[in-house]
Design a binder for this molecule. Structure first.
Ligand SMILES: C[S@@+](CC[C@H](N)C(=O)[O-])C[C@H]1O[C@@H](n2cnc3c(N)ncnc32)[C@H](O)[C@@H]1O
Length: 248
């Protein structure tokens, strides 16, 4: 099954495609306190919600990059519906390739929930720092271990212990890269449950509405695996946070 179609189906009801409530996203937007002239880059922008909220709040201009044609379509439609005069551009492209080609530097750079693009959390911080102005902000979203993961969980989810760090590691990595961490927001169980179980709901709904889709068996199998992984281990072992860093 096409990967991006799969995510389009599973994330049909997500406004924010990460385990963070909309209230916390609003708190983050307020905290960023951007000037009107700010230029923002969001790598792996998903459905463009964060960028559009920032444009609505501060009138900033921005670029959202995402590899999914479905999410870029959603972002463009939302831009037109919510704030058509905002200077926003949504680019369908591989994130690392986009960043490797730009010479601009931004007041705010972000990558929430897609650090594999830059080979992990540290690589993401390093790359975003390069394209951020001095005094600007780097915002990343990254999972962290709540406790040591069991071997069984790592094997079942095809991860290693080093796939993620603890919350303190996620802060420390940025500080070792010369950034100053100025704020963090962590998900709670309700945020995680909402993120995970909205996917169960979306798949169930899709199959009911499209009973003849040849992908249905695959969708059910993947969702059952993901449900098992989350309920058995993920919910108690992994959490997720947004980290705000200042480039000095
Ligand atoms: C967990 S979602 C986060 C989306 C968004 N940042 C948010 O928080 O709502 C991960 C996003 O990464 C995008 N993505 C995955 N691989 C990518 C790549 N190589 N380059 C650009 N975007 C990518 C997906 O399409 C998806 O939108």
């Amino acid at each position: 099954m096409d990967k991006w179609k799969y995510f389009d189906i599973t994330h049909k009801h997500h406004i924010i495609c990460n385990p963070m409530s909309e209230e916390k996203i609003d708190r983050l937007c307020q905290l960023l306190n951007l000037p009107k002239s700010a230029q923002v880059l969001d790598v792996a922008c998903g459905k463009g919600e964060l960028l559009i909220r920032l444009a609505e709040l501060y009138d900033v201009s921005g670029i959202g990059v995402d590899i999914s044609p479905y999410f870029i379509r959603d972002s463009r439609e939302k831009h037109q519906a919510r704030d058509p005069n905002a200077t926003l551009e949504f680019v369908e492209m591989e994130g690392a390739e986009y960043v490797s080609k730009i010479s601009a530097s931004f007041d705010l750079t972000m990558c929430l929930g897609a650090s594999w693009i830059f080979e992990g959390h540290r690589g993401t911080l390093r790359k975003l720092k390069e394209v951020t102005k001095s005094g600007g902000l780097v915002v990343v979203g990254e999972p962290f271990w709540l406790k040591e993961p069991s071997e069984e969980y790592l094997k079942a989810d095809e991860m290693t212990r080093d796939s993620f760090g603890f919350h303190s590691d996620n802060v420390r990595f940025g500080e070792e890269e010369g950034l100053t961490c100025i704020y963090t927001i962590a998900s709670n169980l309700d945020d995680w449950d909402n993120y995970e179980t909205l996917q169960w709901n979306a798949v169930n709904e899709y199959i009911r509405n499209n009973p003849d889709d040849e992908n249905n068996a695959y969708l059910v199998e993947k969702m059952e695996q993901s449900k098992e992984m989350y309920l058995r281990w993920g919910r108690d072992t992994l959490n997720w946070a947004i980290y705000v860093f200042r480039k000095n």
